[in-house]
Design a binder for this molecule. Structure first.
Ligand code: MG
Length: 191
């Protein structure tokens, strides 16, 4: 078994921010009826699964520790999102939420790379074919800190100065997640 075959056996993967990337950002989305998919995300994720990408969601949810909403509300919103996505198996492999506020100690709150590094190890991912995709600096820096590629999407809460930072850091910048999938993963699908 030569080296290349071993590397090819490892899977590529996407680490996805939730709010402002997969679903519309309502600043602390916590009501089930607020959950709506960003246009084109469902077929884009289907194309990723067909191409062999493993999918993970990594989301900062400080609204939980701020007392704005509960874990139950958070889980209900995820459930609604998964119903709307209706992805074929294996779908999204894991969803990790960090409930801490920015000033609280946290193992997993982005820009921590910990979840990404754990998944690379546990799922034998090919880190050279992994991306972190999201709308905020904390997303992009999580990818950077984990040593994988980062894509900044304009579909969420990113401010103009954030994208100046993204340019400076040479992160990929795209309109939204479907645009990333087409341009950077080279995948296509019919409407
Ligand atoms: Mg976000």
């Amino acid at each position: 078994m030569h080296r290349l075959a071993g590397d090819m056996a490892k899977s590529p993967a996407l680490f996805l921010d939730r709010d402002g990337n997969l679903i519309e950002d309502h600043h602390h989305t916590c009501q089930v009826d607020q959950v709506s998919l960003i246009s084109g995300v469902k077929p884009a994720l289907n194309a990723c699964l067909s191409a062999g990408y493993k999918l993970f969601i990594l989301t900062n949810q400080s609204g939980i520790n701020r007392g704005i909403f509960t874990w139950e509300q958070y889980h209900a919103c995820n459930q609604r999102m998964l119903e709307l996505l209706d992805l074929p198996a294996p779908g999204i492999l894991e969803i990790k939420a960090a409930p801490e506020k920015p000033d609280e100690p946290s193992l997993y709150r982005k820009p921590s790379p910990r979840f990404i590094l754990e998944m690379i190890e546990q799922h034998e991912l090919d880190a050279t074919r992994c991306w972190m995709v999201g709308d905020r600096i904390t997303d992009w820096d999580a990818g950077l800190n984990a040593g994988i590629k980062s894509c900044a999407v304009r579909s969420g809460a990113g401010r103009p100065e954030d994208f100046i930072y993204a340019e400076k850091m040479k992160f990929t910048i795209r309109q939204d997640f479907p645009d990333f999938v087409r341009q950077d993963l080279g995948l296509n699908w019919n409407k």
